[in-house]
Design a binder for this molecule. Structure first.
Ligand code: SF4
Length: 444
């Protein structure tokens, strides 16, 4: 029996797909790189953006059309973080739909669909406890928490993922140790709001075994202390939970790369209020200043620079030209090294659904483009700091004649080598820079 998984969404969805693959392989399925000839296609999708749902829905319908005409037998299962409304719309194209939290029930679902699977029993487990099948030999996505208590007015995550749940620290440490032993060189700690991680750990110093709570900075220190040569990255962070303790810990833990994704969402205070984001632009800027100062204090060389990436929504209900200009100006002033710009789209169940979505689509698109221009400029300015400097690089893939990797600052870098350096850490001198990445020369 063969399976293929199609994922639409963020790194958390990618990580969930690795756990789905783990369950399928334990059940007796083998992975296939494409849909042709498989017995099972799993769509792991996300309702956060309407555009993602539209793309997923178009793909499911296309597959149905393609294989139905050829009378091929296969099943489609849909999972992910999906709103009820989207489930209803896609129901007739799928053989089964389940929420990602119900992943331990997948073997039962497969049996119900007529698959003769190996007997596996996961029922009582949380889906985090299921062993993943990592897609990459060197990058390990490790979920540390799921859900969100913040209810930003535009976001469906609290409705589809539920309240925040933190994974026990021992489980996280254990999974990371195993991943590092099997060759992982980059560990991504994932969660909708990793900064508010509040997990439990067994207090071994006591004669009577007792659990104690630990926060994200403590977890980060524990992961940093794991033996081995690997990088730590994490996403996503909410500015309101980025404590001084966390900033200092990041800067002092040298396995943590000098990169942070800190979504600002808007550069205008009024819009932030309407978004239910409880900080002002000045408070956000003060955080960035603190991060930069701490890295300057505790790191050396180019590690003193921090790459700050951000997510932003343009065309939020009621966003005036002036408010958008505020976002543009602040984007430029903060100097982001990366950014993810999205045009606002109405989502069911959210508070913003009741606001007048009065920015026309063409204006949202224009604002997206205008902000992207600013972003290209700030990325280029950031990358300029690296010209002729030496960077540590993790090589992730090879395209044509070039090896492509990521620097510790998360810049994409291309370089040539006669040796096979795939999956290795290498040192490269930066010989060319641009807004989309760097060119490097391999140092011996
Ligand atoms: Fe959504 Fe806001 Fe939670 Fe992020 S913090 S997942 S944007 S509700």
């Amino acid at each position: 029996m063969k399976y293929h998984i199609i994922t639409f969404g963020c790194q958390m969805n990618k990580s969930d797909s690795e756990r789905i693959a783990g369950v399928l392989e334990k059940s007796g399925f083998n992975h296939a790189n494409k849909c042709d000839g498989v017995d099972l296609i799993v769509f792991n999708i996300c309702s956060v953006r309407q555009s993602a749902i539209d793309r997923a829905s178009a793909r499911i319908k296309k597959i149905r059309l393609k294989y139905e005409n050829k009378n091929i037998k296969y099943k489609i299962i849909l999972t992910g973080c999906i709103l009820e409304k989207d489930k209803k719309e896609l129901n007739k194209f799928c053989d089964e739909i389940f929420d990602i939290n119900e992943l331990p029930k997948l073997p039962e679902i497969l049996k119900k669909l007529g698959f003769k699977i190996r007997s596996v029993e996961f029922k009582k487990k949380h889906y985090f406890e299921l062993m993943p099948k990592y897609q990459s030999p060197v990058v390990a996505y490790i979920p540390i928490m799921t859900g969100c208590n913040n209810f930003c007015s535009y976001c469906v995550v609290p409705y589809v993922r539920g309240k925040e749940i933190s994974r026990p620290a021992q489980d996280i440490i254990c999974e990371i140790k195993k991943a590092v032993l099997s060759g992982a060189k980059e560990v991504w700690l994932l969660g909708q709001n990793v900064n508010s991680y509040n997990g439990k750990i067994q207090n071994t110093n006591l004669k009577v075994k007792k659990e104690k709570e630990i926060n994200f900075p403590t977890l980060l220190k524990m992961i940093n202390d794991i033996e081995g040569n690997f990088w730590i990255r994490f996403t996503s962070s909410h500015p309101k939970d980025l404590s001084d303790e966390l900033i200092k810990t990041m800067a002092k833990c040298h396995k943590v790369t000098p990169y942070i994704n800190l979504p600002i969402q808007s550069g205008d205070n009024e819009i932030l209020k309407k978004m239910n984001r409880p900080y002002t632009v000045s408070q956000y800027k003060a955080l960035i200043k603190k991060i930069r100062n701490n890295f300057k204090k505790y790191r050396c060389g180019i590690e003193k620079e921090v790459a700050v990436s951000s997510d932003v929504i343009v065309g939020f209900p009621g966003e005036t030209k002036k408010q958008f200009e505020n976002t543009k100006n602040n984007f430029e002033k903060i100097g982001f090294a990366f950014g993810y710009i999205a045009a606002y789209s109405k989502r069911p169940q959210t508070a913003a659904l009741h606001l007048n979505d009065d920015v026309p689509n063409f204006k949202k698109k224009t604002r997206e483009k205008e902000l992207f221009k600013v972003l290209k400029k700030t990325i280029l300015n950031f990358n300029k700091k690296f010209f002729k400097k030496t960077a540590e690089v993790l090589i992730l893939t090879k395209k044509n004649d070039f090896y492509v990797g990521k620097t510790r600052h998360y810049q994409t870098i291309r370089l040539k080598s006669d040796k096979n350096i795939l999956g290795n850490f290498v040192k490269a001198k930066i010989i060319n820079i641009g807004p989309y990445g760097l060119r490097g020369k391999l140092m011996e």
